[in-house]
Design a protein around this ligand. Sequence first.
Ligand code: ADP
Length: 447
Amino acid sequence: MFEKVLIANRGEIALRVLRACHDLGIGTVAVHSTADADAKHVRLADEAVCIGPPSAAESYLNMATIMAAAEVSGADAIHPGYGFLSENAKFAEIVEAHEIAFIGPTPEHIRVMGDKVAAKKTAGAVGLPLVPGSPGAVTSEAEAREIGREIGYPILVKAASGGGGRGMKVVESEDKLSAMLSQAKAEAKAAFGDDTVYIEKYLSNPRHIEFQVFGDGKGGAIHLGERDCSLQRRHQKVFEEAPSPAISPEQRAEMGEVCRKAIAEMGYRGAGTIEFLYEDGGFYFIEMNTRLQVEHPVTEAITGLDLVREQIRVAAGLPLSLTQDDVRFRGHAIECRINAEDPATFAPSPGLVEQYHAPGGLHVRVDSGLYDGYRIPPYYDSLISKLIVYGDDREACLLRLKRALREYVIDGPKTTIPLHQALVDEPDVRAGDYSIKWLEAWLAQKE
Ligand code: ADP
């Protein structure tokens, strides 16, 4: 087992990783920008190294200073968290070249899944169902026209290097194809420095359902069921739950097995998430994330597993701590992403936390670096807390969530707690009856 893990991240996820390390008796090294010197995980880490000024490019994305911190502290592994360098194949390569373990997949798997066209080809080859569309990059307008006729409109033109919900254009009909295709390519070139695009059928009202998978890097793999992340604003997840209220235990077992086999065949190492759109009973692969996800705690709540612990074990060359037959799903869990934002306009609201009281009680978990007197820096993502609630069933979970949201006090910055309070009272949310379109339509109607 490792002796010392360097945590190359900040905020709640840095704290999450630190806790898993300390639970395993492993030492921790926090690296932080000057803006994060007072962060909770920095205070709790065994060692801390300042790696640069506030700008992420000069700190959390600065491979040279992070590697120097690892060398100086004598860390034998690096956990990248999510975002920042977590899906950077070059970083994983550099870490391994220094004979430090990268707590994540191999650079090859990160690279393949980071290129959407290559990812789709790989996914298809290992048996995952795909959204109908172009077999690879679309090279000419004539080819696009042919594919459009074959799959039917509307279609979606997607940038191969896109991410974070950017670089997608819906084309309603063939007469708009020529203009939209040139526009999509020009925008992709400007935003990602790569004008490669591909085409998918545009699904009109799907749910977002993703499967958590784990590989041991030697052909062994398990799936840990699905999460429903359909409640999104601007393709950003807001509220996630497990299990999905829309699928049956039989569908879970069937799709889970398809995912498990795919991961085994790839020889994948570590945690991964296979994302699907789900419509009319069918699953359609959209992408695979080669890291721990923000919403992983809902899976932990219904399986009783510590996913960061599993990541660390696999990276250390140990086997997964359980087999597929040992995996049990129990109860229901929901996560609310709480952002330092105005709950109506979503304008960022960083600054001083004057009073902080986290909710508590049975089956209530708060992953947050906030404390009384903490100043939320304005330089980074606005996610400040994740509230995760478990119940024996969905109804009990929703009731407990309502109770926990009522207890939660964050005075000072504006937060999205009121948004979540309104959501848990919505009949459609209570009934689990929503698609990826639901939240934006609901917000538009409230304006
Ligand atoms: P990104 O890497 O930018 O997150 P994804 O391919 O994961 O890109 O897609 C992000 C979101 O865009 C999805 O969660 C879904 O809301 C929407 N989307 C993607 N592909 C399709 C499609 N074929 N039809 C309808 N919506 C889609």
